[in-house]
Design a binder for this molecule. Sequence first.
Ligand code: ADP
Ligand code: MG
Length: 260
Amino acid sequence: MLFADPIAAGPAAIPQDRRALVSLRDVRKSYGAFEVLKGISLDVGKGEVACIIGPSGSGKSTLIRCINGLSPIQDGSITVDGQEVNDPKLDKLSLRRKVGIVFQQYNLFPHKTVLENVMLAPLKVLREPRAQVEERALSLIAKVRLTGKERAYPGELSGGQQQRVAIARSLAMRPEVMLFDEVTAALDPETVKEVLATIRELAAEGMTCILVTHEMGFAREVAHHVYFTDGGVIVEDGPPDRIFREAQDPRTRQFLSQVL
Ligand code: ADP
Ligand code: MG
């Protein structure tokens, strides 16, 4: 396990303002006749770190994609900051701004430098002034500890470095919540640590995060709340201490016995 003493640090304190920033109610989602999400409800407060764990195929990625409107739902409701994600009248741009998403595959633009990758969306989508965008991009590159790599191309960086560029690129839109879908799954073990460190810092600064991860030590350390999904439902959820030490449901216990 990467973090020898996950309990010692503990997650950052959640701010007093505990209004739910992201709310899901009875969310149902099907691909054709196949129902992937079978009534998912959860609330993530401002500043909260929610970890979603569960076996492959349980619908975790689908859930993440539904939260930022990349994938429509058939029933139920998803709100972000009080706005219904599936409301046809919703301004998609305002939703995409509020909800940053980082995937396993970082998909940086290979022919653009690190700096250009981070600057692109605020320039093209938000149409912010270049000098201001550049200043913020440089500070985000510093934040993910890549100062000195501004002019490098993605192909010249390690997987972990590229993933940190992807995080900086997402942060450049000043999101209110960040979604991370197994962002370390494709990385070499040495670089996993750096990416987790970046996410840990964001969480400690109070960024609301929903993360799907197989890094159980990390989930235990940073999460305020852990959701265990299986077969399109949340089987069990609770504070990490309870889920990791005394899970009640046999499916949770079996999953944890395989991954811990
Ligand atoms: P997880 O991230 O937990 O592994 P996914 O959300 O990726 O789960 O997938 C859940 C189920 O939905 C899987 O059975 C998968 O094959 C299916 N699925 C995912 N995306 C699609 C799609 N675009 N079309 C059809 N089936 C899909
Ligand atoms: Mg997945």
